[in-house]
Every structure is written in structure tokens, then in C-alpha cells.
Design a protein around this ligand. Sequence first.
Ligand code: MN
Length: 507
Amino acid sequence: MKLSDLLVYNNIVIQCHDNPDADAIGSGYALYKYYKSHGKKVRFIYSGKNRISKSNLIYLVQTLSIPIEFETESIGDPDLLLTCDCQYEEGNVTYFPARNVATIDHHQVAKGKKLPELREIRSGIGSCCTVIWDMMKKEEFQPDSDLSTALYYGLFTDTNALSEISHPLDRDMMDEIYFDKSLLRRLNGMNITLEEAKIAGIALLGVEFHPENRYAILEAQPCDPNILGLISDFFLAVDTVDVCLVYSVLDYGIKFSVRSDTPEVRADELAAYISKNIGSGGGHMDKAGGFIQHELLTQFYKRYAEATERERTAAVTPILREKMQNYYSNSDIIYAGKTKISSRGMKEYIKLPIKQGYVIPSEFLPVGAHILVRSMEGDMNLMVEKDTVVMIGIMGEVYPTKLTVFKSNYKKLRGKYDLKLEYTPTIKIISSSETIDLFPYAHMCVSSGGNHIMARRLKKEAKVFTKWHKNEYIKGEPGDYLAYKLNDPEDIYIIGKDFFAESYEPV
Ligand SMILES: [Mn+2]
């Protein structure tokens, strides 16, 4: 959906979730400004039992004069009700009947949930502000400095002071958008109340420590999610603790933070594991976080579904405890060159020629330029050399190589290379902060194939430290393949099941 698709409606009510946070407020404010600029009659409301009471949010609303209204009675009969940072008819969104409904959100969608036709839901993006920022960019709508700051603060707070950002689009907004530094400083100085500071203390007292795997679980009473990050950062400094999970049960779901200081556990991967099927999670190797949705927990866990509101917290603890236990017991760790791999069940396969893309940066950038290549997989810093080649894999992953290596493994093909991706890789030129899309410069090639490997299907999860990356593992899920090169058994790695089916053939 595009923002301009909704310009057919004249009388628009924007609603964010009850107990709005900074992301909900920033999102609604952005939509308000966009539709107002097109001469629409617009209201921005929230409802529920409580008015906004947190100091930072009150200050944000007052300083930027954000026209958000508390509405508990009726919204009248608008042409359109547009919900943001939430989905219509959800538990944490007070229901108002409306003729037409549209939704813009970044949360996961519960299975079987009825969604309005008009919607833009991009799960996996750090904040709803980012989704709207991207939509506004596509309309060439330039946010003013107040709105930019509100959008930035929405992303800032929804990703624990940016430490849990994982999506490249979030990184783009973080890099590109203007924000008022002094306002952000003031807001950070009023982020938690004295009561919430005490919640951190109580959480520390109730720690559950698991010495066999050196991890800790801490539960915090309902509080601002940023406190979870503070607690977990603090607790990771404990000498016997390598990994920690801090969570809080809120009325619409569970917010959690994960920290790790051991190479055997990637915080982002653990966060994704914990929230798999029931929410979303991600971040960085050392810091990550996520959100588990109340409605999805209800679908998957009977004991949670049957719990009353007061029993919910007690029902969550065993679910998370079990997830942590499974995480440690269900996964093999393989160190290339150290772990002995049994050849039992291994079969020989040959790699088929596959078409993929490549870019030669020196064709359109000066040699010596420092660039950053951004893709779904993260950021990669490079210096452009005459013979630098950036390969684009069939999943949109990018990696560098040299022209000589390229020529011995690939054959150039005629034609342009393009892929439909959630995020199209970009190049940022460091000196000028200019951003260039990668695909218009992409050529097509085909791998010569013929690589022989030994491989077997994984029955349980595996973490592989390859000989190329000794500090960072690749995770394989059951169904993926564990493989090594026939001529180099130490070159062991994981091949995703979809890619394997397309690209390998038994010998
Ligand atoms: Mn949000």
C-alpha cells in the first residue's frame, strides 16, 4: 500500500495503540502531517484506560506540539480509520467501528487473523516510524525537523537506544534522518521513573541462574522496555554469566532483551529463536531483543491461553525457561578443523551452474573510494579497487571478491540482473554520504559449477564455526545441510535447504 492510496478519503482518524509509546506517537504524528498537507480533515487519537503519563512522552508531545488526543467515547463517522503501530481489533487497541479501515504496522501477524485490505505490515522492521519514513520517501514527502526528531525517537526507543536494530531499512533511517540532539538528550534524561528504577532492583534480586550453561533469566515487573536493556547490560558483567534474558509481561505481550558475551551464542539468533512463530526478535551479535505477541502465545500455548490476566506472568516463566533449555540442548556446535565429522549419512553432491549477479564498483565509482554495502545480512565496508567485484547471491546476499577469482569461477552473461527483495542492497559512499542502489549496476553471470561436496541433512540444529570465520557461527536448522568440500574436509559449512534443492545434485 502507498500513503497516497488513502488520499481518496477526506475525513481520516488515525489511531495508535492504547498506552502509546514513542513509536506509536511518532507514527501517528507522521501520518497526521502527511494527510494534513494534502488538505484532509485529520484527527490523531489513542484510547484505553490511561492517559499518557510518562515524563518523556509528555515532554515529547508538548515540545513538538504533537496533536494527539485521548478519546474514549466515539470517533464519529470518519471516511477512514487508520491504525498505526498496531492492528485493528487487537487486544491493546480500543475498538471503534468504522466504514473503512487501513493499517500500518511492524508487528507480527497472528495466524488466521483478519486484516483490512488496505494495509502495510512489515514485520521485522525495528519501528513503525521506519515503515512510515520509507513510505513518505516513496511519496517524496520531506518531514520537517520536528517530525524527523519524533520519527528518530520512535526508532530509538523501540530498539533499546538503537542497540537492537537489525533491519537495513532501520539503519538507513538512523543514518539519514535529522534529529534534534539536545531534545534527545533531555528525553533520555527522563526515560525512567524512580518506581521503574526500583523495578530494576527487584528484577536483579529475583535472578534465576543456570550454571550448567552459564545463563541467567530475570523477570521485571511491567515497565518501560528500555529498562530491560539496562538490566541485561548490567547483569552481563557478572563473571559467571555469559548470556542473559530479561523480560517483562505487558498487557499486549512480552518484551524481552538478550545479551551475550560468548561466541557460542549470538544474541540476535537467540532472540529470533525465542520469538519464532510467536513474535519477532533480532539485533546484533551481542545485544538483541524482541517482542512476543499475546495473541500468538494464546494460539501456541494452552496454559497461557487458559491463564487469567493475573496468572499470565506466572504462565510465561516456564515457557521461556523451556525455550532457553531447548536452545542449549537442541544444538550441536561444530568447529571447523577441530570437531570430527562422521562421514555416516554423508553423500556426494555436485554444484549446478547458477545464475547470479555481480557489480564492478570501479565502473561507476572512483578507485580508492571507501564504501559501505548494505543488505539484509548487514553492512560491509570496502575500499573500491580496480579489480573489486561485489557478488550478489540468489538470496540477495552480497560478498566481495577479486576479478581474477571471479573469472576463474564465473562466466559473464548478457543482460541485467534483478531480484525482488525485501530490501534492495545499496552502496553508501562514506565521504559524501551519497546512497546508490546496487541493482541498476548489476550484471549477470553464471557459476561454472562442478564443485564436489559431501553433505547430509541436519536432524537437529547446528552452529558451525567455519575456517573463514572463527569468531562467528552460521546456524543451521533441521532440514538444512551440513557440508564440506570433497577436497578439503576442514572447509565445513551450512547450506540452507531451499538453496540446496536448487543448486546441488547427487553424484
Ligand atoms: Mn512499535
